[in-house]
Every structure is written in C-alpha cells, then in structure tokens.
Design a binder for this molecule. Structure first.
Ligand SMILES: *Cc1c(COP(=O)(O)O)cnc(C)c1O
Length: 378
C-alpha cells in the first residue's frame, strides 16, 4: 500500500491544482519570477529568495514527485542527465559506481568521459544475476545504479533483492525508473534509496519538455548534498518546464494504461511474425524477467524492442517504411516512435545491429498493427 492515503491516480489527476489564494484559479499559474521581495526587516516572508535556489512552481513539482514515488524529498533538474550528474557529483572522489551492462548509453558515457577523470571508478555487471552483482562489488562501491526495465534490451532487475545487497554493502541504490514511472513501479517501496527520472519522457509525456528529477527515500545528509549541488551548480528545471510537467502528470495514469495495453498487443503480434527474430518485452511470459516484473510492476510498460530477421540494413529498411510510427529517438510521448538504436548509440555499442526500439503511444492499436505489418513486408 502507498504511504499517501489517496490513490496515485487521484494525486496525479490533481497535480499542479492548488487553488491560488489571490484569485481562486484552480490551476496554479507558473511563477516565472526570478527574484522575490524582502520584508522591511530583511527577511523573506514567503521563503523564496531567488529562483535558482528555489521557485514556487519547481517546488510544487518537487513535492508532487516526492509524494508520487513515496519519498521524503525531490530535486528537479534541467534534464535527466543533469540529475544524473548531480548524483555523481555528490559522491566522494575514489568511489566506485556499479552500473548494469545494459544501461542508458548516456549514463555510461557520463561516467567514462566526465567522471573517470574526476576521480570516480565504475564497472558493469549483469543485473539480472544478483550473484554477478555481488561479485562485482568492491570495498569502495558507494553507489549501485540500476535501470529496470533497461534500455534498450528491457532487462528486468529484482529490485528488492538488489536493495538487500546494497544495504549489506553499505552502498546506496539508485534506480533509473524512467521507463516505468508510477503507478507502474515504485522503487522506494522495494528498498531503493533514490529514484531518478528523465522528466522528458513519460512524466511530462508530450515530447515538449526537458527535465530530470532525483527523489530520495530520506531527506538525509546525502540528499542535502544533492540539493546543495542543484542550487549551487545551477542545472535547475525552469519554472515553465516544471509547470508543463505538472500539466502532463495529470494524465499520466490514463496515458500509461492505454500505452501498456497497446504495447501488449504489439508485442504479441511481433512475437508471432515470421520476419521478427526476437521480441524484448517483459509482459511476454517467455521473457526471462517476466516473473520478477509481475511481482514488482503493476504493468509491463510501453517500451519494447525487437530484432528483425536480417541485418542492420534490413532493420533500417523496416523503419524507413513506417507511416504511423515516427522515426525518432526518445520515448514516452503520445506519439509512437521507432528507432534503430545501434546507429544513435554509435560504436562501441552492444546493441544488436538488427534491433529496432519502439515507444508505444496513444494511437488506435489497429493503426499501429497495420503500420508494422506493412513495414515488415518486403
Ligand atoms: C532519456 C533517458 C535519460 C536521460 O534523460 P534526458 O532528459 O534526455 O537527459 C536517462 N535514462 C533513461 C532511461 C532515459 O530514457
């Protein structure tokens, strides 16, 4: 059961709706002011000083996201990667970070190209195998970075088991839950210490906002460091993006419900298609993570990948023929997207060259099925 007594659907439906005491407006207006007046005695009567430090609209979003994930605190950033950066900056130099072998490629790039030269160490492990994770832990492992379902192979990590390992190792567990936001998955309930979201994806939900957030189970000293980095380094979410994200959150539960339904139908269609070699979708009973996904998720998400029976050129040709699916990167919007992942990740990517990734949107499922069906014909 969730900590809030109300259901998450109710919390979401009213996101950003705190009637404005000055006007009675049902939807809180965005507060774009960068600065706030002092009282004659020099104090700040409303608690706000300057918008890099704190802003009413960003604050409203941070409170909403903290409640949504069941955490005590949240910090919102200018992008998902800015949130990831702040988290890594909060670690002591010399710390080791353990990441999955299948992980958002930007996270691996960030560790390799930015943080390795600034004193962090990292290595990878197969997070579907907790014994392999345990074996990869080092005495200086301070952060275990999970991503489930993972990008782009939809691997599922047992979060409760991983949280147990993290506690024994005295490392923090952060879960990049971008692909399965609430109400589908709540990592803090399963023992994670932090949740990371790219707000750019499902939470804002309309492919028109960039943002990121870190939500903490406890407002402890480590979170205070993250907050200090947010306010001092300044990669903050701007108030209008925060307002648009609150607007998107109001429909999150129904969007996800429809997107998951569509994804289930498409996964079954692709699995039975003669030109498809393999489908990666945790909702399929034969997916190796299916049982864990059933336990820790309320639904299986709306991302799926599949391998075309052929090479990279044949996979690209399938993507070239789609008319309803748009060829673009990113995910979580109302429109369905198709992407040849290996070519955006660039070498040394481990993604199979014949793999196409789908972000399933809100279109009528028959139109999506018909589109893939014609694209898979020669
Ligand atoms: C998109 C994405 C990110 C990065 O978020 P940005 O908002 O693009 O910076 C991180 N993790 C996952 C799983 C993502 O899909």
């Amino acid at each position: 059961m969730y900590h809030d007594r109300i259901h998450l659907e109710t919390l979401l439906a009213k996101a950003g709706c705190e009637p404005d005491p000055a006007t009675g407006a049902v939807v809180s207006p965005p507060c774009l002011s960068t600065t706030f007046t002092r009282a004659p005695d020099g104090s700040y009567p409303h608690g706000y000083i300057y918008s890099r430090h704190d802003n009413p609209t960003r604050h409203q979003l941070e409170d909403t996201l903290a409640r949504l994930e069941g955490g005590q605190a949240c910090a919102a950033f200018a992008s998902g990667m800015a949130a990831a950066t702040a988290l890594l900056q909060a670690l002591e130099p010399g710390s080791h970070v353990l990441i999955p072998d299948d992980v958002y490629y930007g996270v691996r790039n960030l560790l390799e190209n930015v943080f390795t030269s600034q004193g962090l160490h990292y290595s990878t492990a197969d997070f579907t195998d907790l014994e392999a994770v345990q074996a990869a832990l080092r005495p200086n492992t301070r952060l275990i970075w999970a991503e489930t379902p993972s990008n782009p192979l939809l691997k599922i990590t047992d979060l409760a088991g991983l949280a147990h390992l993290a506690r024994e190792a005295e490392a923090r567990l952060v879960v990049d839950s971008t692909w399965a936001p609430p109400p589908i998955q709540r990592p803090l309930d399963l023992g994670a210490d932090l949740v990371l979201h790219s707000l750019t994806k499902y939470l804002s939900g309309h492919s028109d906002v960039m943002g990121g957030a870190l939500i903490a189970r406890e407002a402890d000293d480590f979170f205070a460091r993250i907050r200090m980095i947010q306010q001092t380094a300044g990669a903050v979410l701007d108030p209008f993006s925060a307002w648009l994200t609150l607007r998107g959150l109001r429909t999150l539960a129904v969007r996800l419900q429809r997107q998951c339904e569509n994804a289930r139908r498409l996964a079954a269609f692709l699995r039975d298609h003669p030109r498809v070699k393999r489908v990666y979708y945790p909702g399929l009973p034969e997916h190796p993570g299916h049982e864990i996904a059933r336990r820790q998720m309320r639904d299986f998400g709306a991302m799926l990948s599949f391998e075309v029976d052929g090479d990279a050129a044949q996979a690209l040709a399938v993507a070239a023929r789609t008319r309803v699916f748009l060829r673009a990167t990113s995910l979580g919007g109302t429109e369905s997207l198709i992407e040849h992942r290996a070519s955006i990740e660039t070498p040394p990517t481990r993604t199979p060259p014949n793999l196409l990734r789908l972000s399933i949107g809100l279109e009528h499922v028959d139109d999506l099925l018909a589109d893939l069906s014609q694209a898979l014909e020669d």
